[in-house]
Design a protein around this ligand. Structure first.
Ligand SMILES: [Zn+2]
Length: 284
């Protein structure tokens, strides 16, 4: 009787080990979302690769550096970007998106639609129009669903800027969350403190695990109240080495260091990469 029990126990243990081995060897690895903040100098560019292989590019930095970055981050034969987001038309966000439009097939664009007449923004608009890429005008409350449980939620602008001229282009910056499972990241463009205040007063759900710090860490953004409401674990400042604006401002870095567990800068770290399994983020 006792011997039989031992045999059964050993058999059960052996099958469990076998099932575990087969699982580890043949089943696909857990679905990961990849997030990269590129070091493109003084400007912003972030890439998201969803578990289903869809690609989101948020801003393109000030020049063609982004092409090299995309070339090494994406599979060699990848020539499609599913969603391109232009936070606002300043050159350090839009210029790099021009060669990206020329080289990649872009399926959808999200932008504010604001009127602005710099050559780089006009060129970008012309390419979007010529390539007949559907352009969604951003407005708070929009939720763009991607495959694999990834969603983009727009928090700013509260009213559409389509066809409007605006004095301060930074104020038109799209603010959006990207969510995957229980994990999230907040993109802020160059949104100024006045907009932060409006979002706070409107009770917007700003909470995110990772915050892309607005406007290269300028003191015109990132109020204490805003950072506290986002309550991120990590704040990432995309900023150029020895830039002439003195970004990031020391007081913003100090504020972030006080409120956020980890503050990272592309001028010090180069490209900054994370992966999410839907539960938690890991630095890569
Ligand atoms: Zn700007």
């Amino acid at each position: 009787m006792r011997r039989r029990l031992v045999i059964i126990t050993v058999a059960i243990a052996a099958s469990l080990i076998l099932v575990g081995w087969v699982g580890l060897t043949f089943l696909p690895s857990p679905s990961l979302l990849r997030l990269t903040f590129f070091d493109v100098g003084q400007g912003d560019a972030a890439l998201i690769q969803t578990p289903d292989g869809q690609i989101i590019l948020i801003d393109g930095g000030p020049d063609r550096t982004i092409l090299k970055k995309l070339g090494s981050a994406l599979p060699w034969n990848e020539r499609t970007i599913d969603l391109m987001i232009l936070s606002h038309p300043h050159s350090d966000h839009v210029s790099g998106l021009i060669p990206v439009l020329e080289r990649y097939r872009v399926r959808q664009v999200l932008a504010s639609g604001v009127v602005h007449t710099t050559p780089e923004y006009l060129k970008w608009l012309e390419l979007v129009r010529d390539k007949k890429i559907p352009l969604t005008v951003a407005q708070a409350g929009q939720r763009l669903e991607l495959a694999g449980g990834v969603a983009v939620e727009v928090l700013w602008p509260v009213a559409s800027y389509a066809g409007q001229r605006v004095g301060d282009l930074n104020a038109t910056s799209i603010v959006n969350q990207v969510r995957y499972g229980a994990t999230s990241v907040l993109f802020t463009g160059d949104t100024p403190r006045e907009n932060e205040q409006v979002m706070l007063e409107a009770g917007a759900d700003l909470k995110a695990d990772i915050l892309k710090v607005a406007h290269q860490g300028s003191r015109t953004s990132s109020s204490e109240e805003f950072i506290s409401s986002v309550a991120p674990e990590v704040a990432v400042i995309p900023v150029g080495r020895h830039n002439r604006y003195g970004h990031p401002h020391a007081e913003v870095v100090e504020r972030l260091s006080k409120l956020v567990h980890q503050v990272l800068r592309t001028d010090l770290e180069g490209d900054i990469k994370f992966v999410s399994d839907g539960y938690t983020w890991q630095r890569r």
